[in-house]
Design a protein around this ligand. Structure first.
Ligand code: FAD
Length: 473
């Protein structure tokens, strides 16, 4: 009997346990990816993620072909697509790597049950989280609500397993009823890429989707930035972070591979920077445990008292000013333009831009979460809502509401020379290193750059008063 390997957010050959288990058997293997826009509860991908997915699938298809296999593309509700494929190929086994969102888990549980009824062996593997949510529990058996003890417990347990190298060769695909391998969709027919207008040029210049691109990023990071990560990660003007986020999001690189590459490079006495970087991987694990426990993290306040917060609905013009990077605050604008051009924004700037929207503009965090979901190449079902709620103060282990990022102080501190600001906001090119942070002090030198959308002081006070009213009920 043949095996079906059902790939989802694990678009890689390296350290892919489901694929490796199938490759170790003598039988044919059908490797399938299903674009599921039909099953209940599945959040449709944003536009930047669709662009990424297209290129990632294309890269994966090519590397499967180079190893004697191919990637079958199907579209529709995943459960029925799998059932049809199993019938076509007479599969006796079905392997996949586990996912942790609620709608996805219920699809997988349904497929498992169906397979059992058919006498098909369905096996799932751990591939995309170092610590699966149900394995990290407090002393009383519940989930952690605070990051530090969560991560301490993770680190106190067994070391994450070693990654497995990619198979050199894969079994050929199973024949369908016609005697030939089952037919799939052409990737182009899915229309994942933007057409008119095609805004993806900046994304293509910034990224190489696929696992080769992921491994290059990891090597570049280990070659230098990692040793200064503690400082470098705060500076948006330098490449001080790994930029692995979209690759991790689509499973083009295994977190086990990242973990053990750090171990190999620093077998003993790793600098503190390595520990800080590891704990960022830990935040990813924590966010996924939050989503696992709170399936509606993207739509519901984690702290329900925020249901009564008096958010203000921004006008279309105000919202567009934020989205397009025309708020008049250079750090926020540089970040929002970086996001629009490249599909990614530096973490420190994400915090400042998000804080500006939810606190200075007093907009509901869900408005910002939705825009990031559509425009980030790393838009992640757990990390995005968890971080937005962290900034808004409504989340688990959140930044307290009264902590309001000041975009001017932040940019003076973390982009002192203004190179990041000028790089994304060309209107600021002629301002000196001091006024580049406060262009309203010399507006004639920044023609075309907007006036501040709101005053920092008064909007800050308005936010704190609104919060006070919430606390007083
Ligand atoms: P590095 O600093 O190199 O970190 C390595 C990896 O650790 C990242 O690739 C990521 O997987 C993980 N990580 C780092 N910081 C965080 C964090 N705060 N929370 C969870 N995981 C983290 N990250 C996403 O992956 N997807 C999102 O949709 C997303 N939305 C965000 C929204 C807001 C408002 C904010 C403030 C942060 C968001 N982040 C998100 C977290 C963080 O900004 C990015 O993970 C990081 O900037 C990615 O760059 P990097 O790969 O160079 O990170």
């Amino acid at each position: 009997a043949s095996t079906i390997v059902w790939l989802r957010d694990d678009l890689r050959l390296d350290d892919n346990p489901a694929l490796a288990a199938a490759a170790a058997l003598p039988d044919p293997v059908t490797v399938v990816y299903i674009l599921d826009e039909h099953s209940p509860g599945i959040r449709p991908l944003g536009a930047a993620a669709r662009w990424w997915l297209h290129h990632s699938l294309s890269a994966l298809g090519a590397s499967l072909e180079a190893r004697g296999s191919r990637l079958l593309l199907r579209r529709g509700a995943a459960a029925s697509a799998i059932e049809e494929l199993a019938a076509e190929t007479g599969a006796g086994r079905l392997f996949w790597n586990r996912r942790y969102g609620q709608p996805e888990r219920s699809i997988d549980a349904g497929v498992k049950e169906w397979a059992a009824g058919q006498g098909i062996e369905a096996t799932s593997f751990q591939a995309n989280l170092l610590f699966e949510p149900w394995t990290v529990r407090t002393g009383s058996g519940g989930p952690y609500k605070v990051f530090t003890p969560f991560w301490r417990t993770c680190l106190a347990g067994a070391e994450p397993r070693l990654p497995a190298d990619p198979p050199d060769h894969l079994p050929q695909p199973a024949a369908g009823t016609s005697g030939r391998p089952p037919a799939g969709d052409r990737l182009d027919s899915w229309r994942l890429l933007p057409r008119r207008p095609d805004w993806s040029g900046g994304l293509a210049a910034a990224w190489t989707p696929g696992e080769d691109g992921a491994h290059e990023r990891l090597e570049d990071f280990l070659d230098g930035p990692v040793e200064d990560y503690g400082k470098g990660r705060d500076l948006p003007g330098v490449e001080g972070t790994s930029r692995l986020s979209p690759h991790l999001r689509f499973g083009e690189i295994s977190p086990f591979r990242v973990w053990h590459s750090l171990r190999e490079q620093f077998p003993r006495h790793a600098p503190a920077d390595v520990g800080i970087f590891r704990s960022e991987l830990g935040w990813r694990e924590f966010c996924w445990q939050l989503l696992y426990e709170n399936p509606d993290l993207a739509t519901q306040n984690y702290r329900r008292e925020f249901d009564h917060f008096a958010w203000q609905t921004p006008s279309d013009a105000e919202l567009e000013a934020w989205q397009q990077g025309r708020t008049g605050y250079p750090l926020v604008d540089a970040g929002m333009r970086q996001l629009w051009q490249t599909g990614w924004m530096h973490n420190r700037v994400r915090m400042a831009a998000a804080s500006f929207l939810v606190k200075n503009m007093l907009a509901d965090w869900r408005v910002g979460e939705a825009w990031f979901w559509d425009t980030l190449v790393d838009a992640d079902a757990a990390n995005n809502p968890a971080n937005w709620q962290w900034v808004a103060g409504s989340g688990a282990d959140a930044s307290p509401y009264f902590r309001i990022f000041n975009p001017v102080t932040q940019s003076k501190k973390f982009d002192a020379g203004g190179s990041y600001l000028r790089g994304y906001v060309p209107e600021l090119a002629d301002l000196d290193d001091r006024t580049v942070h406060e262009p309203w002090k010399n507006p004639s030198a920044a023609p075309g750059y907007p006036e501040p959308l709101v005053g920092l002081q008064e909007s800050r006070e308005r936010a704190l008063e609104t919060y006070q009213r919430l606390k007083e009920g």
